[in-house]
Design a protein around this ligand. Structure first.
Ligand code: GDP
Length: 195
């Protein structure tokens, strides 16, 4: 567990950009393909078992969920992307809300892009990274589910993924939301972005 997080609380769900907190606190957003373990990882970071809802199957929830950490930074849970069967209007709504936020927030300091360490990043993942870079966002790539890969195989996986990721990705952190491995280090990295 991360000892850097002393308090965490759910603040609000934002369905419309007019509902953003607007209190000037810095924000760190979390993006990931549905089922990559975004909720599990955020719960680990927030030191809470179930603050962020862990879905047993992908849902179509379309809100930005704000969690206040240590009373001084928001962790923002973005809706998961990449539903195989999402209706077109759901995808359109995702873009309106998420793109509007990512492009417009004055307080957003970094976007954590969570990938599954077992999977090669695909065009959808790469599109998101390219998009974030094109709008000038600072990116931290997190490879989750490290517990699923044995230590000897990790180096080769990391090399393979590193070759696919664009050169502008400089921060790559390996974690397991299940075991907590790598999570304190990720927490320090993120806090260093808002200090
Ligand atoms: P989300 O849709 O991205 O929010 O993903 P969830 O947090 O709901 O996790 C999806 C599934 O992956 C759940 O069954 C989790 O228990 C599992 N999971 C998440 N993180 C890890 C991890 O680090 N290791 C393993 N083995 N399973 C994980």
């Amino acid at each position: 567990m991360s000892s850097l997080v002393h308090t965490s609380e759910f603040c609000k769900s934002v369905f419309d950009l007019g509902q953003l907190p607007g209190d000037g606190l810095p924000e760190i957003a979390f993006a990931g393909r549905s089922n990559v373990g975004k909720s599990s990882l955020m719960n680990r970071l927030l030191n809470r078992r179930n603050l962020v809802k862990v879905s047993s199957r992908p849902g179509f929830t379309q809100s930005l969920n704000f969690f206040l950490v240590n009373g001084r930074v928001y962790f923002v849970d973005l809706p998961g992307y990449g539903f195989a069967r999402a209706p077109k209007h759901v995808i359109r709504q995702w873009h309106r809300l998420v793109d509007g936020y990512l492009e417009g927030s004055e307080y957003l300091r970094a976007v954590v892009c969570i990938l599954d360490i077992r999977r090669r990043p695909d065009p959808l993942d790469l599109d998101l990274l390219e998009y974030l870079n094109s709008i000038g966002r600072s990116i931290c790539v997190v490879l989750n589910k490290a517990d699923k890969i044995s230590q000897p195989k990790r180096k080769a996986r990391l090399k393979e993924i590193g070759q696919v990721l664009p050169a502008f990705v400089s921060d790559i952190v390996v974690v397991s939301a299940k075991t907590g491995e790598g999570v304190p280090g990720l927490c320090s990295t993120l806090f260093s972005r808002v200090d």
